[in-house]
Design a protein around this ligand. Sequence first.
Ligand code: GCU
Length: 682
Amino acid sequence: KKSKVYNCWLNYENCSVGEYQDFCNYIKVKSTHPIINTAIEELKFGLNKLMKKEPLILNYSPKSSYIFVGTLEDLKNEKLDVQIRNEILKEDGFAVKIIKEGDTDVLAIIGQNEKGVLYGVFYLLMAICSSNSLNEIEIEDGPYNLLRIINHWDNLNGEIERGYAGQSVFFKDNKVVEDLSRVKDYARLLASVGINGVVLNNVNVHKYETELITDKFLPDVSRIADVFRLYGIKIYLSINFAAPVEIGGLPTADPLDERVKKWWKEIVENIYRYIPDFGGFLVKADSEFRPGPFTYGRNHAEGANMLAEALKPHGGLVFWRAFVYNCMVDWRDRTQDRAKAAYENFKPLDGQFMDNVVLQIKYGPMDFQIREPVSPLFGAMEKTNVALELQITQEYTGQQKDLCYLPTMWKEILDFDTYAKGKGSTVAKVVNGSLFGMKYGGIVGVSNIGDSKSWTGHPLAQANLYGFGRLAWNPELSPKEIAEEWTKLTFGHDEQVINTIVSMLMASRDIYEKYTAPLGVGWMVNPGHHYGPNLEGYEYSHWGTYHYADYKGIGVDRTVATGTGYTAQYKEPIASMYENIETCPDELLLFFHHVPYTHKLKSGKTVIQHIYDTHFEGAEEAKGLKEKWLTLRGKIDEEIFEMVLERLEMQIKNAIEWRDVVNTYFYRKTGIRDVHNRKIYE
Ligand code: GCU
C-alpha cells in the first residue's frame, strides 16, 4: 500500500460516494482509445476506494443508473439527451452532466477529446472527495491555456538542478530508469490537474544529455513517452544548440548553414520515428554560458526558426527561452542593467518568429525572486507566441524547507495589467494568446518534484504543484479556493484542519518575504546554492544582481530620469507608476529606486524601520507557523505531521538567521536604531 504522503491529493480517503452511490455501480464506455482506457482505469480505481467495491464496466446501457464515459464523438451514437453546445467545449475540455436515457438517470462524463474525458473523470472523483453535492456537480469546463507544461531540470546522472526533493524520477546513472512505475504515478498526479506536457531534461544540456535526441537514448526516452501518453501528456526535450558540432561532427552550428539545417531535420525525423506525438524542443541559448546563435552572428529568431522548420512538418513546437542576458558584467559598470536584457534582446525580433515557436518568458526581469515586477516583455511581443515561465521549485523561495505557497504570487502575475491594448490586458490574456490573437500560448512551471517519499520534500509544497496545474487550467481561480481544494483532498474534511492549513498556506509567502530581501530588492542570498542570507553575496559579482546599499541609502535606480531607464520598457500608465517614487508601490520600491534609509514609505514607516519591523515580524510569524501546526497533532496522518514539523523547525532557524543578519547589516550601515529597541546584534 502506498503511503498517504505519496498519494498526494489523490488519496480518495476520508470520503465516500454518498449520494453518488446510485450511479456508481455501472460504467458504460464504448471507446477503446488508450486514454479512455486510462480514464476507466482511474474511475474504477477511485470508485473502488470510495465504495469498497468495483463498478462493472459495460458497453451497453444497464437498466439502472450508470456513469457514461466518452467523447463528444462517442456521444453521437447514444440515445442520451444532452444539451452541450460544441463551442462551449474547448480543446481538452469536458462536461459532467446528469441526463436522462428514457427513465434512467445517467451521469455523463463527456470530453471534447479523450484527454477531456480523463480530466472529467478526475474532476468527478475529486468533487466526490470534496463532498460537493450532486446538485452542484454539473459543469462545462475547458482550459484557459492550450499549453500547460512542466519543465524538469533533471540531468541524466539523476541529479536535479535546483531540485529540493531528491533525485530524478526519470534518470539515474546516465540512463533512463528501468522501472517506470513511479513515472506513471507522477503522470496521474499531473493529469489530475490538467498538465499536458513535460520537458524531461534540464535546460542546461550537458555532455550526455546532448545525446538524448539520438538513437543512443531514444528507445528509452520513448518508454517514458509511452507512460505519459496514456495520461494525455506529451514529452519534450531540452536541446544543446551546439549539438551539430558536439555530436554531429559538423564544423559549425550556424542556424543558416545548410548542413546544420539538414542535420536537425534528420534528428527530428528520427525522433518522430520513436515518438510520433513528440512535443518539441526547449532551448536555452546564449544564456549563462550555453551556446546559441550569437556565436555565428545570428539572432534568436534565426536560431529558433531553424529548429521550428525541422519540427513543423511533424507538428512540433520550439520553446525558446527569453532568459538571455550578459552574466559577465563588471559591477563597477553602472550603465548595465540585467533587468533590461530580455526586452532588449527580444522586442526587436517581434514578428520574426515562426508560428510554431513559443517564446518562454520568466515572470520577472531578473530570476524568480520572492518579489519582482512582472516582465515588461509580456506586453511587448504582439506578434509572437509567448508562454509564462514560473518556478514551482523553490530556488529563491525557501527550497522546500521553508513554507511558501506560491499561487498567491502567481495569481498577482497573471492578473498584472500590461496595458498593451488598453486596460484589462492582463498577463493571463497575453499568455493564452487571446490578447494578440496568437495560436499557441500557455504556462510553464519548473518542477518541484523528485524521488523523495513526499515527491516535493516538504509535504505542504505539494500544494504548489497542485496549484500550478489549477492556475494553468483556470487563472481565474483564487489562491484561497485552490488552497482549500488541495487541503480537503489531501487531509479530509475536519474544519479545524482545513482552516489551520489554509491559513498557514495563505500567510506563507508574506512571511517568507518579510524575513528575506526587503521591498523588491532581491539577491541577498548565499551565492551558488541560494539558501540563507548573505547580504553582499552577489554585490560585487558578475551576475548583474546588485542592491547598492551604502551608509546613506539602498536600491537600484531604474528610472528614466536618473537611472538605467528600465521603466520605459513598460506601457503607460505602468511606466509612470514605477518611474514616479510617489506612485511606485512600496513592495517594489527598491527594485525601481535608490532611496535614503529615512525615506518614508506609503505605510508611514521609514525604509530602515520597515526593514527592522518586517524582519522581527517575519521570524515571529515563522514560529507561529509551527505553533499552528502543533495544534493538528493527532488530527492528520502522523508521518506527514512529523515531516512537516521537521521542516517548520528548519524554517524557524532560517528565519532567525535572516532576521539577525539583515538587521545587523543595516544597523551597521546606518547607525540608526530600531525605534522599539529590540535586540539587534551590533
Ligand atoms: C537560475 C538558476 C539556474 C538555471 C537558470 C535558468 O539562474 O539558478 O540554475 O539554470 O536560472 O533558468 O536557466
